[in-house]
Write a protein that binds this ligand. Structure first.
Ligand code: FMN
Length: 121
């Protein structure tokens, strides 16, 4: 599982570097996630260009976007300016049940692949 917080519609550089390092090598099955949106999910969820690129580069099974968390008091002055003009809301919107369901789906997928492999052998 590879994922990133989203800042200015981009994944953080460390995660993009990891994707670049893996993309020309054999690697295990990959699931991707982004964590960012600070509003209810009835607003459109942004799939970053980095997520789309990583999905293609790693042939990922899927990409899922989870809501994030923001404490304005922890932001630099510049970040507070970005936040003030973004229309986003301060708060903790993380949804651990969605995260657990996502992880369970991955587990089920891996278990069924493993089961098929054993059946072939
Ligand atoms: C300066 C700034 C820019 C952000 N830009 C985006 C954005 O473009 N899209 C988005 O969905 N979330 C955006 N966010 C929200 C963060 O992704 C969210 O707060 C996330 O939970 C941060 O995770 P972290 O604390 O692990 O870095 C932004 C937050 C800040 C402070």
């Amino acid at each position: 599982m590879i994922g990133s917080a989203v800042y200015g519609n981009r994944w953080i550089p460390m995660v993009n570097d990891l994707v670049a390092r893996l993309s020309d090598k054999p690697h295990p099955p990959v699931w991707l996630f982004s964590c960012g949106p600070l509003h209810s999910l009835d607003r459109p969820v942004n799939d970053t260009s980095d997520a789309a690129r990583a999905t293609a580069a790693l042939n990922a099974f899927s990409h899922c976007t989870f809501p994030g968390k923001l404490d304005v008091a922890e932001l630099s002055h510049g970040e507070q300016l970005v936040f003030a003009s973004s229309g986003a809301a301060e708060g903790d919107f993380r949804d651990w049940i969605r995260v657990c369901n996502w992880a369970r789906d991955i587990l089920a997928c891996l278990a069924s692949v493993d089961h098929e492999n054993r059946a072939v052998r």
